[in-house]
Design a protein around this ligand. Structure first.
Ligand code: HAM
Length: 422
C-alpha cells in the first residue's frame, strides 16, 4: 500500500454533520409542509446546465457571470456550468416541458446545492444550499404578497421573528431605460470615484453600481436617483398593490430603493429578508419577479416570481437564536450475557418495525450501557438478562420522568406502542 494521504474539503465548501444536519432537516420539512399548503410542487432540475443558460438570464455583466461561475468544457467540448442559482434551470424546465400549457399558476419548489466561486467568509460559501420557489403565470400583486407571506410563515414557524423585510420595484422595460439614463447622468461626473469594475458597469449596466460592495462606490452613490421615482404608471400601481397586500397581511416592511439584486432577470418587485445577527452576509432569503424570462427562453410571455432561502445562513441564524434540533432514541435495549443480547436484538427489531428509533447495548457492562443510554438521552430503557429470559419479564425505565417497572417480554411492543406512538 502506498503511504496514506489525508484529504480536506475544498476551500469554501463544508460537510454538514450531525447534529447540525437535524436543523437542516427541520427547515426542509417545515418548508415542504408550508409550501404544500400554498400548492407548490417539488421539482428537481439538474445541477449542470449549459453555460449560456446562466449568462443569458443572470446577465453577462453581473458578478456571478463575470467572476463566480464554475464553468468547464465537458469531454465533447460543450461549455457546462455548475448552477449558481436555481431560477434559470426551473424556467428552462418550464419551457422545455411546455408547463405553460397547464392552467396557471404553476408553482414549484426545489432544494439543493448551488455553486459560486466567491471569496469565502462567514455566511458565504462556494457550495451553498438553497430552498427556492418559483410561481408562473400570474402577474397580479396578490401573488407577490402571497409569496412573501409564505416566506414569512416559514420563518416564523421556525421561530424567527426579528427579521427585516425589504422590498423594491425595479420597473420594467418601459421605465428602466429612463432610470438607467438618469443613473448614467449622475455617475458621469463621478467616474473617477468608482472602482474599475463600476467604471465598466457605467457603460454596460449602471444599475449594478448600486450593488457594488466597494467602499468608495458605496460613498459615491449616495444621492443617486432612486428607481422608485422613475416607475411608469403600471409599475407604480403594481408596487403600490404589492405594498397594500403586505399591509393587509400584516407584514411590516421597508422600501429599499437601492436593492437592485445581483441578477439581471428581475422586473418590478424585488425583496430580501435580512438580519442583523449574521455579520456582513445579511440576506437570509431573496427573490423577485422576472416577467420576461420565460419569453427570453423561448416560451410564451409568462409572468413569474420566486425566492430562494440560503440554508447556511438560515440554519446559522436559528442556532444563533437558540433553536436546536437533536433527536434522541425512543428505546434503548441493554443486555447482559450472550443469549440475552441476542434476545435484545430480536426485541429491538420488533420495536423498529413499529417505526421507533431503537439503540442496543451490544457489549460492555450494564453500567456502561446505561451510561450510553443516558448520554443519548434515550426515552425508555429495557434491561434484558438471563433472569429475565427465565422469568419472561424484563425491567423498564423511563429516563425522562424516572418511573420504572416490569413488563412481560411478549407484551413489550404493546407497552411501548401505547406510550410512544400517538
Ligand atoms: P440570490 O440573492 O443570489 O438569489 O440568492 C438567494 C439567497 O441565497 C441569498 O439571500 C443567500 O441567503 C443565499 N446565498 C447566495 N449566495 C450565497 C453564498 N455564496 N453562500 C451562502 N449563501 C448564499 C437567487 O439565487 C435567486 N435565484 C432567487 C430567486 C428565486 N429569485 C427568483 N426566484
Amino acid at each position: 500500500m502506498s503511504s496514506p494521504q489525508r484529504y480536506n474539503a475544498l476551500k469554501g465548501v463544508q460537510d454538514i454533520l450531525p447534529p447540525d444536519i437535524y436543523l437542516w432537516q427541520k427547515v426542509e420539512s417545515a418548508a415542504r409542509k408550508i409550501f404544500a399548503s400554498y400548492g407548490f410542487h417539488e421539482i428537481k432540475a439538474p445541477i449542470i446546465e449549459s453555460t449560456a443558460l446562466f449568462t443569458r438570464s443572470i446577465g453577462e455583466t453581473t458578478d456571478i457571470v463575470e467572476k463566480e461561475m464554475y464553468t468547464f468544457p465537458d469531454k465533447a467540448g460543450r461549455s457546462i456550468t455548475l448552477r449558481p442559482e436555481g431560477t434559470a434551470p426551473v424556467v428552462r424546465a418550464y419551457v422545455e416541458h411546455h408547463l405553460h400549457t397547464l392552467p396557471p399558476p404553476q408553482k414549484f419548489f426545489y432544494s439543493g446545492p448551488m455553486f459560486r466561486y466567491e471569496r469565502p467568509q462567514k455566511g458565504r460559501f462556494r457550495q451553498f444550499y438553497q430552498i427556492g420557489v418559483e410561481a408562473f403565470g400570474v402577474a397580479s400583486a396578490e401573488l407577490d404578497g402571497e409569496i412573501i407571506s409564505m416566506l414569512r410563515v416559514l420563518l416564523e414557524n421556525l421561530g424567527l421573528r426579528e427579521l427585516n423585510f425589504e422590498v423594491n420595484s425595479i420597473g420594467c422595460e418601459e421605465c428602466r431605460p429612463s432610470y438607467r439614463n438618469s443613473l448614467q447622468d449622475f455617475f458621469s461626473a463621478r467616474l473617477d470615484d468608482l472602482c474599475p469594475d463600476c467604471t465598466r458597469r457605467y457603460e454596460s449596466n449602471p444599475l449594478r453600481i448600486l450593488d457594488c460592495k466597494v467602499e468608495r462606490c458605496i460613498e459615491t452613490r449616495k444621492g443617486a436617483p432612486k428607481v422608485t421615482d422613475f416607475l411608469c404608471g403600471e409599475c407604480r400601481d403594481h408596487f403600490e398593490g404589492v405594498r397594500s397586500i403586505l399591509r393587509l397581511l400584516n407584514i411590516s416592511h421597508v422600501v429599499n430603493p437601492n436593492m437592485v439584486r445581483g441578477l439581471d432577470y428581475y422586473t418590478r418587485t424585488t425583496f430580501e429578508v435580512t438580519t442583523e445577527h449574521l455579520g456582513s452576509q445579511k440576506a437570509v432569503a431573496a427573490g423577485g419577479r422576472y416577467d420576461r424570462l420565460v419569453e427570453e427562453f423561448g416560451g410564451p410571455s409568462t409572468p413569474a416570481i420566486g425566492f430562494a432561502i440560503g440554508m447556511e445562513r438560515l440554519t446559522a441564524l436559528l442556532k444563533e437564536t437558540g433553536v436546536t434540533e437533536v433527536p434522541s432514541p425512543q428505546v434503548f435495549v441493554a443486555s447482559i450475557g450472550k443469549r440475552a443480547t441476542q434476545e435484545g436484538l430480536l426485541l429491538a427489531e420488533r420495536f423498529r418495525a413499529k417505526g421507533l428509533w431503537v439503540e442496543v447495548g451490544y457489549e460492555g457492562s450494564l453500567r456502561s450501557q446505561l451510561r450510553r443510554a443516558d448520554k443519548l438521552a434515550s426515552h425508555y430503557v429495557f434491561i434484558m438478562g438471563d433472569d429475565e429470559l427465565l422469568s419472561g419479564k424484563m425491567q423498564w425505565k423511563d429516563l425522562r420522568d424516572g418511573s420504572q417497572g416490569e413488563v412481560e417480554i411478549t407484551q413489550a411492543e404493546e407497552f411501548v406502542s401505547s406510550r410512544l406512538i400517538r
